[in-house]
Write a protein that binds this ligand. Structure first.
Ligand SMILES: Cc1cc2nc3c(=O)[nH]c(=O)nc-3n(C[C@H](O)[C@H](O)[C@H](O)COP(=O)(O)OP(=O)(O)OC[C@H]3O[C@@H](n4cnc5c(N)ncnc54)[C@H](O)[C@@H]3O)c2cc1C
Length: 515
């Protein structure tokens, strides 16, 4: 197995010790951290991003193995205007660095009974698909989209970029949230408009993409349906890794730096104020502001002394609900499967009951649903000539479940391979030429994710907005949080928005670099 990573070429710049401009440290180079670094750099901060791993991206790390490129995590790009904004802040254009391609269909949903549904941005084709299942649901779907748009106008446009760090903010928006019946779940909202059980699954699975159970996540998250229809679903040529490379390049062009293999051991606090960080190597780096893009629960539990924390105590962190875990199998095949689209979802025999097992009972069951990624459907260069690159992602319980992933991973992989072989990838077992796994244990040990959760805090209404760890730390002055575990939440649009919140709450640099 060979492993190279071209992203690193963009990173190494020299830190100028004579530069006395205000210094911001960003811990972690996930999408949230990279976006935060760009925004702070654009405001005149000298920025140092400190990343534990040997390449940036976090969950969006790219593995290069045996001629295949595997995006480790995010593959579905929505709300591309949020990315464009980052390029514009640097006086550049996203399209000059990254080639985004529109997905058609957005997803193919394959039900356990063999029926399929192609969900796309083409309204007429989607309505035809709905008609195949239940003609009466066509009007219901259109009404559901209107309901989704209402939630987009409030949840995305009004709430997405606010810091939500005072109760007053929450009270101000409460009437909107009550008016939209945010206490209802996404599944409940869908079911009010759509009757067919298959279609209810098609319209309600989206919260799973950000770690939410459609049966308990607030219906505000149904905004994703409108977001997709209005702004499309995209994929980057070269994979999501090329977006990460593009963002890393912007940071370098701003004269700032990403230090790899630099794990932060603790955030240094004087009184109640963050003064910088100490790396695992023992090196101390001072800063005017510290931004943590590390998982928020991990940040509080492992990087800040307990006696400095009033709100995010270990007890409160232990009691919180965390999103599901993820089991991901990356594999390459000799030969291709041209009938398999870029994004497929294979649903298992159970829907509600399976999610109860994962989210509530924390039980790994024999049946499962999965997302299948085939990037070579869009970009053949993701695999050697004549081959296909894939990943199969299965939602599983996080590490509170009694699963020994070290011994169980291979058994679980085989179950996935069998399912794929019986359904959409015939002859698979004879064709695999490269393979690697990522389990909830890796989310904990590699990505510092508390309980190995795939998406940090579960996005329940009682853990959203003011109730989530704030973007401006409640406990430590000069410490700010971005990423999936803070407001507004997980997913690339969410974590990029969390960085946008910083514009409102991080003070102007006292000594601006370009000021
Ligand atoms: C398999 C998978 C598929 C997904 N698919 C999609 C999708 O298709 N579309 C979508 O929009 N979203 C998707 N998501 C969700 C999305 O990827 C994440 O919500 C988002 O990328 C998280 O970004 P983040 O800013 O929170 O940082 P993360 O990606 O979590 O990165 C945090 C970084 O901090 C680093 N770090 C942690 N601790 C330290 C420390 N002490 N010192 C230094 N560095 C540290 C980590 O190494 C990591 O690089 C997916 C997620 C997964 C896991």
């Amino acid at each position: 197995m060979n492993s190279i990573n071209p992203i690193r070429d963009y990173l190494e710049t020299s830190d100028d010790p004579t530069d006395s401009s205000s210094h911001a440290i960003v811990i972690g180079s996930g999408f949230g951290g990279l976006a935060a670094a760009i925004r702070l750099g654009a405001r005149g901060y000298r920025v140092t991003v400190l990343e534990k791993l040997d390449a940036p991206g976090g969950r969006a790390y790219a593995y290069h193995q045996d001629g295949f490129t595997f995006d480790a995590g995010p593959t579905i790009i929505t709300a591309p205007f949020l990315l464009e904004e980052l390029w514009q802040l640097c006086g550049k254009r996203l399209e000059d660095d990254v080639d985004l391609r529109a997905m058609d269909p957005f997803f193919r949903i394959v039900f356990n009974d063999g029926k399929t549904f192609d969900y796309s941005g083409d309204r007429q084709r989607t309505l035809e698909e709905i008609r195949k299942f239940n003609p009466d649901d066509v009007d219901g779907y259109l009404r559901y989209l209107t309901a989704s748009e209402k939630r987009y106008r409030v949840g995305f446009e009004k709430l997405g970029f606010k810091s939500f760090d005072s109760l007053w903010q929450l009270l101000k928006f409460l009437p909107h949230l009550i008016g939209l019946r945010s206490d209802r779940s996404v599944y409940n909202l869908v079911s009010r408009h759509v009757k067919d059980p298959h279609l209810r699954q098609v319209m309600s699975f989206h919260p799973l993409l950000i770690g939410g159970n459609p049966f308990s996540v607030t219906s505000v998250y149904s905004l994703i349906s409108y977001l997709e229809q209005q702004f499309g679903v995209w994929s980057a040529m070269g994979g999501t890794g090329s977006l990460v490379t593009g963002l890393a390049k912007l940071i370098k062009q701003q004269g700032n730096e990403i230090k790899l293999n630099s794990e932060v051991d603790r955030i240094n606090v004087d009184g109640q104020r963050a003064t910088g960080v100490t790396l695992k190597s023992g090196q101390v780096i001072n800063a005017d502001v510290v931004i943590s893009n590390a998982d928020s629960a991990w940040t509080y539990r492992h990087l800040i002394d307990p006696d400095k924390r009033k709100r995010w105590t270990n007890k409160k962190l232990d009691k919180a609900a965390y999103s599901n875990g993820l089991f991901v199998w990356y594999f390459g095949t000799e030969g291709q499967y041209p009938d398999v689209p870029h994004h497929s979802i294979l649903l298992g025999p159970r829907y509600r009951e399976l999610l109860v097992d994962i989210f509530k009972h924390k039980k790994l069951t024999d049946d499962f649903s999965l997302y299948l990624h085939r990037p070579t459907a869009t970009d053949p260069a993701m695999a050697p000539d004549g081959c296909d690159a894939f990943y199969a992602l299965v939602p599983v319980p996080h590490l509170d479940a009694n699963v020994d992933w070290q011994t169980h991973a291979e058994t679980f992989r085989q179950a996935i391979a069998e399912r794929l072989e019986e359904t959409v990838l015939p002859g698979l077992s004879q064709r695999i030429v490269t393979s690697r796994l990522l389990t909830p244990l890796d989310f904990q040990n590699r990505l510092n994710s508390f309980k190995g959760a795939g998406f940090s805090f579960e996005p329940r209404i009682t853990q959203s907005a003011w109730f989530r760890p704030h973007n401006r730390s409640e406990d430590i002055d000069g410490l700010y949080l971005v990423g999936a575990g803070t407001h507004p939440g997980a997913g690339i649009p969410g974590v990029i928005s969390s960085a946008k919140v910083l514009d409102e709450i991080v003070p102007e640099p006292r000594h601006a670099r370009h000021g």
